[in-house]
Design a protein around this ligand. Structure first.
Ligand SMILES: [Zn+2]
Length: 79
């Protein structure tokens, strides 16, 4: 298995919400319940800006166009 050094989302577009959110987990505490995220779907490189309220950590997860669509379906709901 190759370990990805870049933060690239690894969920599939037909994964359930829990798996999709797990790909946005905080790199410090590995939790998702305090993570707020904002999809930035514009441009050639869609990405998700994530913030962990627990660690006050910010990070960015790059997603494919399809993953961006998948996240867009969830964006109306708070975590
Ligand atoms: Zn955290």
């Amino acid at each position: 298995m190759i370990v990805a050094l870049a933060d690239t989302a690894r969920f599939r577009t037909d994964d359930c919400d829990e798996l999709v959110l797990a790909s946005l987990a905080c790199p410090i505490c590995l939790r998702t319940d305090d993570v707020s995220w904002e999809l930035e779907a514009d441009g050639y490189d869609p990405s998700v800006e994530c913030t962990c309220g627990r660690c006050e950590e910010h990070w960015r997860v790059y997603v494919t166009q399809y993953q961006a669509l998948r996240l867009g379906l969830m964006a109306v709901r708070p975590l």
